[in-house]
Each structure stands twice: as C-alpha cells, then as structure tokens.
Design a protein around this ligand. Structure first.
Ligand code: 13P
Ligand code: SF4
Length: 299
C-alpha cells in the first residue's frame, strides 16, 4: 500500500511529515504532526528532523523555509496556492503604506513572502487579536489581506483598522439559511466558525475561532454536537480527536481545492526524491523573517 511505503521511507530517510488541519483524511492519517498555521510554523522550527515534508499550501511551506533556512522544506505540490494570499502584492501594499506612513502593518500569514518583507508583524487567526491589541491605540493599523478577519479583529479590539479588500473564496461558501436550518435540526449544538467567514455568518456563531481554537473549544465545551463553519475536512480532524462527539460541516461546498492538491501519490514522490524543495531568495527571506518571528512569539 502507498501509505506503508511512505511510512517506511519516512523512517529510512528521517523525514518529518507536517500537515494542516484541512488536509485530506488520508494525509492527516500519515502526518507526524497536524496543526493550524501558527502551530505548524512553530513545529517546523522546533522538530529535530531537517527534512520536513509540509502538507499544506505554498505560503505555509514558504513561511517554514524562511524561519528555518537550514532545513529542507518539501511541498509535495508547489502549485498548491492560496487565492487569498494572491490578493495582495508588495507593490500595492507599499503604495498604501505611503498614504499612512505612521501606520503599523499587520499581515496575515496567508500572504506572499514579498508582502511579509514589507510588513511590521505577521499574524495567524490564532493570535491576530492579541497582536492588534499590542499596538498602542494612538497608532493606525493597516491589516491585510483578509478583510473579514480584519473586520472581526478590529471589532473585538474596539478599533478601526485600515483593511485590505481580500477574502478567502472557500469561506464565502456558507449561507445564513443553512446554518439556521442546522441549528433547528440540532438544538444545543454549538456553532464554531473561522474568522475568515463574512460578517453575516460570523454573527450567527457561538464562537469565532481559528482551527486550533476550534479543537480546544470542542474539548472544553460540555456540548456534544458542533456545527463547523470552515473547510470541510476540519470535521474529520475533530472527529478523530473526539470520537464520542458529533461534528457537522456547515457546508459541504467549503472545500479548499489547493489543500486537496496534496495526494498520497505526490507525498510518496516527495518521500522518494526529497523534492520539490521550497526556497525563498535570501534578500526576501531576510527582510520577512523579523515580522514572522514576532508572529511565532505571540500566543
Ligand atoms: P488556521 O491558521 O486557523 O488553521 O487557518 C488557516 C487557513 O488557511 C484558513 O483558511
Ligand atoms: Fe487559502 Fe482559503 Fe484555502 Fe485557507 S481555505 S488556504 S485561506 S484558500
């Protein structure tokens, strides 16, 4: 079987397999570590192996490569991108910065390395709020590229942020009616949504959390049924951790096609060849590292 060959190669070549919580179930089952964007960035620096197969999308592997230039960061499908990350460029961010020269630039990790290189600090869904709160009230904040995350964080922090107009197409795929219907069908269920969802969906939730936060909440809560407003395979991840609880996807259409570009065949190819390796030009990596390191330090 493919998975047995991958496991044997992993041992023989001392590989570590990291996978994001949205990876297809068969990849989740093979991973040494699963996590959200923040946990995976930290793990990539902490784990001993210097050969990491990163099952996720490009910006995640790129961030790991910037943090650990001495390690081989292998992304089984380098075409696994993120449309949200592609909605911002360094040139256009620099133009916005020129209009607000005193502003602190907080950039979501779902962005290209060149954009991180012209940012003050990066964040993930797990620490965006704490990072915004760390900026003195008197300072302007530019937040991008996700406008929904930015709006929600600004609302929670009680301040107005200068928002970029980006969004995640996967997290647009929820309807208020479906959530209302699911609530009616499952009274007592908790609704957990990712902060990348639009405001009309966020308003219907009990908790707005990144994928790591959803895992924690499902463990702490006394509820036994949860309606999950994020990428569909998050439900598989949650069911694996809490087999006695019930998790219902808020939409079966919320599929990140880029995450699904990682297949067992491609993972096997990477385990055999240790390719394709993700590298970032030294000048960009050196300019982006400070903002990413600050992100990794924030809880
Ligand atoms: P998390 O960091 O919450 O896992 O989110 C990553 C992501 O890409 C959400 O679409
Ligand atoms: Fe990007 Fe959206 Fe996929 Fe997350 S779910 S990786 S933001 S496209």
């Amino acid at each position: 079987m493919l998975s047995d060959t991958i496991l044997a190669l992993k041992k023989e070549k001392n590989l570590a397999i990291l996978a994001h919580n949205y990876q297809p179930p068969e990849i989740q089952d093979l991973a040494d570590h699963l996590g959200d964007s923040l946990a995976l960035s930290r793990l990539a620096t902490e784990i001993e192996s210097d050969r990491i197969i990163f099952c996720g999308v490009f910006f995640m592997a790129e961030t790991a490569a910037i943090l650990s230039p001495e390690k081989k960061i292998i992304l089984p499908e380098p075409e696994a991108g993120c449309p949200l990350a592609d909605m911002i460029t360094a040139e256009s961010l620099v133009k916005l910065k020129q209009k607000h020269p005193q502003a602190t630039v907080i950039t979501y990790v779902n962005s290209p390395a060149e954009v991180k290189a012209v940012s003050d600090i990066c964040c993930t869904s797990a620490n965006a709020l704490n990072i915004v709160r760390s900026v003195p009230e008197s300072e302007e904040v530019i937040f991008g590229p996700d406008k929904h995350l930015g709006r929600w964080v600004g609302q929670q922090a009680g301040r107005e942020l200068i928002l970029w107009e980006g969004f995640c197409p996967v997290h647009q795929k929820f309807s208020a009616e479906w959530i209302a219907e699911l609530r009616e069908k499952h009274p007592g269920a908790e609704v957990l949504v990712h902060p990348e969802v639009p405001p009309e969906i966020e308003e219907l939730s009990d908790h707005t959390l990144g994928t790591g936060g959803m895992i924690r909440r499902a463990g702490e809560s006394s509820a036994d049924t949860f309606i999950i407003g994020t990428e569909k395979d998050m439900v598989y991840r949650l069911k694996t951790i809490y087999p006695s609880k019930t998790f219902i996807p808020a939409s079966l259409e919320a599929i990140c096609r880029n995450m699904k570009k990682i297949t067992l065949e491609k993972l096997l190819h990477s385990a055999e060849t240790l390719e394709p390796v993700i590298t970032v030009p030294a000048e960009t990596a050196d300019a982006a590292r400070g903002a990413i390191e600050k992100m990794v330090r924030y809880g």
